[in-house]
Design a protein around this ligand. Structure first.
Ligand code: BMA
Length: 857
């Protein structure tokens, strides 16, 4: 009976809410834009940017194509006007208050409504909510925004500053980026096109309110265990009237289809802002678990305010109940750095995220969903939202919540010191408050970090020498005020309990091995240090928050911006898409350590992808092997903001590079991995699973033709949330009487009873360049299946790094860049990226030795 009443109450609450709550009116139509000073008004899209509008009209070429980047730079020096008009009825106007809400304005925007200036915006990272009832009228209303050029806006500061800030990634001589609270990467980066745009980049609407509104609803998790969750519902409620009003504040919460529960309080609301707290306890909660450990359970929480029997305001959140502790403590080995989730130490497997587009409004929910699916599919449990981009859209955090992906959130400061004048600090303070409040309810939000590499820069990037003691002191003062005072104080005040790290890396620098013992590290030894990938086996930090190696994107992506005449690493077009000055040199140099370096551009591109995948995998495995000393491995970088040569694992069009497939393998819940350590060949089993079982490791020494030279197996227990040497043998004995250039070990770890294969891997005793790889004949049969294709591949001999290349953007493969063992057939499912049926496919297959012909069924 009770159940039925509750269910009815729940529905009526929602329907009540829908009818009686503050309405809103989206303002996304009838927009026009104009270059300031011209009389020409043209159609505009909102949300959007001026670059998108100019491109849509053919007034700008595609900035990603060829060398068009140069052709679009003039836009940043202009001011741009945006205008629209909208109708309001008397009834709408009769609301007690009406707010004009911008979720994001990029960046310097003077907003006037019906001729009255109502807002002067100056920070891309904040949303604005302006009470505008007093300037609205029934009938037509006119909204006009002037976006002032960020360059010209900041130029006076640049001219009078007295010194030039480092800001080395800002690709214009006048490096004004640091004066502006605008996405750093848009000024250029070592993987980024410069596109300093402006516009209404996030949604805009009018909100109508009566009597009261909930300005903020924070579900503060005070303590969470599997026995009990103590939650404080903290509400900021604005009484819009002039009198004290009595109200019923209610919080209802439910998990899935389970019965909902609620707590309620009667409060007296003073005119203006009121804070209300509604604590509640949930016994035996469903815990939110990271990817790989179980369900990322989410509850529906809803707060509502009721006056005179009518619901006047409500807000809801999806809440994952969990505890996350960052253990960053002195210990006998240095200083730890790891995440403990629901009391269990978690090895962080993940990646660094940059903005997915140079033009942010193009990043739709669908693109976030796909990216987070890709993260989850690669067995990752963490992403770091890196400090040179943006505080991402809500969609990213919602998708991370659903998938059990922890988010390491940087504040948006990267690779340079920043000013600290009062006006700048005020902007930062508003931005920090806004974003902490916006993001703090997300279960995925694991920690805050002050900045990317500004701390490292202050210590090691030669600024003391470059600037002299006086200016350096100014920079250091600014650093202290921002990252040691303002930011941590705001986190403490608004998001108590969430960990704050001043800067990433903690104190490490890849050139100073001593520092790897403390906190998180960025290891750029294999890039700037030009070290071989083997260095990753020994340079083990407590937590690797960045390490990376570049590759070109695959040919179909190169084809999106270049013609065959440009197919040369050093052609002007290719160089316009390679922003790292040492990039091409290093790709070739490192390639030469492991492979014969091919002449042909297409072969270099393929081999570069293979190289990046294997090299990075070496690091991921080394980090996992060395747990619990090392407790995390985050790749630099997950994605791209345009088609470019970069450190990414997934290109601009969503194509997985070899690296992402290798991450999926290296981060598998259970992985068997062999490595030579001195005279020994050690078989490690790395496991993130929380339950043990009896397992068998089978090892087959084979030659490339498929002949088994030796087979043996050992039994044991599957390690729990740890890495162990499962078995070891003498290296010479393991390969006795066999040619190491033509043989390998095939390892399978199986569940002893269920015959479930937990891990299936190979170990090669020789580097590819000294192997005698056959030109294997690969047969490929294709079968069309409900708009997808099933390919069956089989090879007579060993084929390494088989790449199935299909010239359709975004196409998905169940696997790719894999080794095909002699005589073993593999089925690969190919689906379209957009859910549509695939048309006839052209398939090209590359392998280290050969490119095979295709047989159609
Ligand atoms: C890292 C990042 C970025 C940069 C990358 C490659 O440290 O934080 O600033 O793109 O290096 O140089």
């Amino acid at each position: 009976m009770w159940k039925i009443i509750l269910a009815v109450l729940w529905t009526s609450l929602f329907s009540l809410g829908n009818t009686a709550l503050a309405d809103s009116l989206t303002l996304h139509s009838n927009w026009q834009f104009s270059k300031y000073g011209s009389d020409e008004w043209l159609p505009a899209t909102v949300p959007g940017t001026v670059h998108q509008d100019l491109m849509a009209l053919g007034k700008l070429p595609d900035p990603f194509y060829g060398m068009n980047e140069k052709e679009i730079q003039w836009v940043e020096d202009e001011d741009w006007l945006y205008r629209t008009s909208f109708m309001l009825s008397e009834e709408q106007l009769a609301h007690q208050e009406i707010f004009l809400v911008f979720d994001g304005l990029d960046t310097y925007a003077d907003v006037s409504l019906n001729g009255v200036c109502i807002l002067k915006a100056n920070n891309m990272f904040v949303g604005y909510r302006v009470p505008v009832k007093h300037v609205l009228r029934s009938g037509e209303n006119k909204l006009l925004i002037r976006f002032r050029s960020p360059i010209r806006e900041a130029m006076p500061q640049w001219e009078t500053n007295g010194f030039i800030y480092p800001a080395a990634n800002d690709h214009r001589a006048e490096r004004v980026s640091i004066f502006t609270r605008k996405a750093p990467y848009s000024y250029g980066w070592d993987w980024g096109i410069r596109m300093v745009t402006c516009g209404i980049w996030r949604p805009v609407c009018l909100e109508f309110a009566n009597q009261a509104e909930i300005e903020d609803y924070f579900v503060c998790q005070q303590s969470v265990t599997s026995d009990r969750a103590e939650v404080d519902n903290r509400l900021e409620i604005r009484n819009l009237g002039n009198e004290i009003r009595e109200a019923q504040v209610k919080v209802t919460y439910a998990y899935g289809q389970e019965e909902s529960r609620s707590v309620e309080q009667t409060v007296r609301l003073q005119p203006g802002l009121n804070t209300v707290s509604l604590p509640l306890t949930i016994e035996s909660p469903h815990l939110w678990m990271p990817n790989g450990w179980g369900e990322a359970a989410l509850y529906d929480f809803r707060a509502s305010v009721c006056m005179d029997g009518e619901t006047v305001a409500s807000q809801q959140h999806r809440i994952g109940l969990r505890s996350i502790r960052v253990v960053n403590e002195e210990d006998s080995l240095g200083m730890s750095f790891y995440f403990e989730v629901n009391g269990i130490p978690m090895f962080a497997k993940g990646t660094n995220l940059i903005p997915s587009d140079a033009l942010l409004p193009r990043v739709t929910r669908e693109r976030y969903v796909r990216l987070l699916e890709d993260v989850q599919a690669a067995n990752m449990n963490m992403i770091r939202v890196w400090g040179g981009g943006v505080y991402e859209d809500d969609a990213l955090y919602e998708e991370a919540d659903k998938r059990g992906i922890l988010v390491w959130q940087d504040f948006m400061f990267a690779c340079t010191p920043y000013p600290h004048d009062p006006a700048f600090l005020k902007q930062v303070s508003e931005e920090v408050v806004y974003n902490i409040k916006r993001l703090r309810n997300h279960a995925s939000l694991a920690m805050w970090c002050g900045n990317n590499e500004v701390g490292e820069g202050m210590k090691y990037w030669g600024w003391k020498r470059k600037y002299g003691p006086e200016i350096y002191q100014q920079l250091a003062d600014g650093y202290d005020i921002l990252f040691r005072k303002l930011l941590p104080e705001k986190v403490k005040e608004l998001d108590p309990g969430r960990f704050y790290l001043e800067s990433s890396p903690y104190e490490a620098n890849w050139g100073r091995p001593e520092s790897w013992k403390r906190g998180d590290s960025h290891n750029w030894g294999t890039w700037y240090g030009q070290k071989p990938f083997e260095s990753l086996d020994t340079e083990i930090p407590r937590f690797m928050s960045e390490f990376g190696f570049q590759s070109f994107p695959e040919m179909k992506t190169i084809h999106s911006f270049a013609t065959p005449e440009d197919y040369d690493m050093e052609s002007p077009v290719m160089n316009a898409h390679q922003k790292s000055s040492i990039g091409n040199f290093l790709i070739k140099k490192t390639m030469g350590l492991y492979y014969p370096v091919p002449e042909k551009f297409e072969d270099l591109v393929y081999l570069g992808l293979v190289l990046q995948g294997h090299g990075m995998r070496q690091g991921m495995e080394a980090h996992r092997r060395n747990r619990p000393y090392c407790m995390g491995s985050l790749i630099w970088q997950l994605n791209d903001s345009w088609p470019v040569v970069s450190w990414s694992a997934i290109d601009y069009f969503g194509n997985w590079k070899a690296l992402h497939y290798q991450s999926r393998r290296a981060f598998a819940p259970v992985l068997v991995d062999a490595i030579r350590e001195g005279d020994k060949l050690r078989y490690y089993v790395m496991s993130d699973v929380l339950k043990t079982k009896d397992v068998v490791l089978q090892m087959e020494l084979m030659n490339f033709k498929g002949k088994v030279l030796r087979r043996h197996q050992v039994e044991g227990k599957l390690p729990v949330n740890s890495s162990v040497v499962f078995y070891e043998e003498d290296w010479n004995q393991a390969f006795a009487a066999c040619d190491t250039t033509t043989s390998f070990i095939h390892m399978t770890l199986k569940d002893r009873h269920g015959r479930e294969i937990l891990s299936d891997e190979v170990y090669y005793p020789a580097l590819p360049k000294s192997q005698h790889l056959p030109q294997a004949k690969i047969s490929c049969k294709m079968k069309k299946k409900n708009g997808a294709y099933e390919l069956t591949l089989k090879s007579d001999q060993l084929a390494r790094d088989v790449f199935i290349e299909i010239p359709v953007q975004g196409v998905r493969f169940s696997d790719n860049f894999f080794d095909l063992l002699p005589g073993v057939s593999r089925k690969i499912l190919v689906t379209s990226g957009d859910g549509c049926a695939l048309e006839d496919l052209t398939v090209n297959i590359r392998q280290l030795g050969d490119i095979c012909s295709i047989e159609h069924e």
